[in-house]
Design a protein around this ligand. Structure first.
Ligand SMILES: Cc1ncc(COP(=O)(O)O)c(C=O)c1O
Length: 430
């Protein structure tokens, strides 16, 4: 089969090929961006300034440079369906390069799979992980559907046992030592996968991922490579909010959407990994290696992040705008973003703690929390609280768990004044 230029888009085979001939239309004008000024950062978003935006991470709005990139690529694709971004580089490679820079030292572009969401990334991992007879999986009681269901399906397919441990009874009193010990005690001699979540969306608890990784490194001493327990992390509520790179986290796989706290294009995500040989591809890849093997009647060699990246045509205008999201956050500074997120969360927790009808679920400690602040309101369902807060121009959300909580997310799009406004509005819920 002769590959059309269109078919080559996702294959990496366009690297080095001359750029398209069509000129993308000019991007719309926006406010000048001063990354050192929080007002200017907020001005890059099209959010309604009349509202305190404490659910911005849910279906994340994109800042101006990301929106402009999306529009530019979309218009160019509409004008010329064979368009590829100027520069001659394989556009997916440009995305991997930007993601690797953002993920910090030791993150190599070749170790990054591109996905549509956290859920897709976890699905690829937990569907593709190669388990040997007798190997099992350990997770926790606190993870999101994407992890629990991904593992249930894995168990159904392979017969592997999946065990859950409880990391805390009262999330507000969670302790790093106890969380690490609970996982250590849950480990079996043949545990191959330890599936955890960086920041629990049910409670706002942030896990000591590095300490868990260090504990596992000890436990893995003396194990054969194919028996090593692999630490797999749903990173979505840490990624873009916390400054840790993959070396800081020390995990084996980090799956995250880039459309929540990173404020990247919707329908985009990544999986970084350092043990891709342990994962079989599930969806056919459109990588150059996959095409080459298929055209010659063979199959690709060892598993790689590129081969695990699902093929098929994508919303390319979104994928190709991912570098702008990484660049936006990097311009502000990952440390500054984390500091701002946590300062605002601490301010919110301090105010809510004073209210007698509020019970905080999220720990006070910045070591054990990120930007999520979860709480319950005495005598009121969380959804009613959300609706009433909305009338006070405060946008919050409800956790999608068996025991739902009222949830706020402080971020680069919220201000100290809006935090105070939210506290006042919650006070009014009495
Ligand atoms: C912990 C956690 N993981 C994954 C997701 C889903 O993320 P995505 O939309 O990127 O699949 C959510 C939902 O918001 C979540 O709370």
């Amino acid at each position: 089969m002769r590959l059309t230029r269109r078919a080559l888009l996702g294959t990496g085979a366009l690297a080095g090929v001359a750029a398209c001939t069509s000129t993308p239309p000019a991007a719309p004008k926006t406010t000048a961006f001063n990354p050192g000024d929080w007002a200017s950062v907020r001005a890059q978003f099209a959010l309604d300034p009349a509202y305190g935006q404490f659910a911005a991470f849910v279906l994340a709005p994109a800042p101006a440079p990301v929106r402009e990139a999306i529009i530019k690529h979309r218009n160019a694709l509409d004008a010329d369906p064979e368009y590829t971004p100027p520069g001659g580089q394989d556009p997916d490679q440009a995305v991997r390069d930007a993601a690797a820079r953002y993920l910090g030292i030791r993150a190599e572009p070749r170790d990054i799979a591109l996905t549509d969401s956290t859920t897709m990334g976890l699905g690829l991992l937990y569907s593709g992980i190669r388990l040997r007879p007798g190997q099992d999986v350990l997770t926790t009681e606190h993870d999101f559907l994407a992890t629990h269901e991904g593992l249930r399906l894995l168990a159904e397919r392979t017969g592997a046992k999946v065990r859950r441990v409880r990391l805390y009874d009262d999330p507000a009193k969670a302790s790093a030592d106890r969380m690490v010990s609970a996982i250590k005690e849950g480990l079996g001699p043949r545990t191959r996968v330890v599936a955890i979540t960086w920041v629990h969306s049910s409670t706002g608890v942030r896990l000591p991922v590095r300490a868990i990784a260090d504990m596992l490194a000890e436990a893995n001493k003396g194990r054969d490579e194919h028996d090593r327990a692999l630490l797999c992390v749903d990173g979505v509520h840490g990624f873009g909010a916390m400054a840790d790179g993959v070396t800081d986290l020390g995990c084996d796989f980090l799956a995250s959407g880039t459309h929540k706290w990173l404020f990247g294009p919707r329908g985009t995500g990544i999986v970084w990994g350092r043990a891709w040989e342990a994962v079989a591809p599930i969806i056919p890849s459109f990588s150059r290696a996959a095409f080459a093997a298929w055209q010659s009647g063979g199959s690709p060699d060892a598993s790689t992040a590129e081969l695990v990246t699902p093929g098929g045509y994508k919303a390319f205008e979104h994928r190709w705008a991912m570098p702008q999201a990484f660049a936006f956050m990097t311009a502000i500074g990952k440390d500054r973003v984390q500091r701002r997120t946590q300062e605002l969360a601490t301010r919110l927790k301090s105010g809510l703690r004073e209210l007698p009808h509020v019970t905080l679920a999220t720990p006070e400690s910045q070591e054990l929390s990120a930007g999520l602040v979860c709480c319950s309101i005495s005598g009121m369902q969380p959804l009613e609280a959300v609706n009433r807060l909305h009338t006070q121009k405060v946008i919050a959300s409800v956790t999608p768990y068996h025991e739902p909580l009222l949830r706020f997310g402080t971020s680069i799009v919220t201000t100290p004044e809006q935090v105070d406004q939210a506290i006042k509005a919650v006070q009014g819920l009495r």
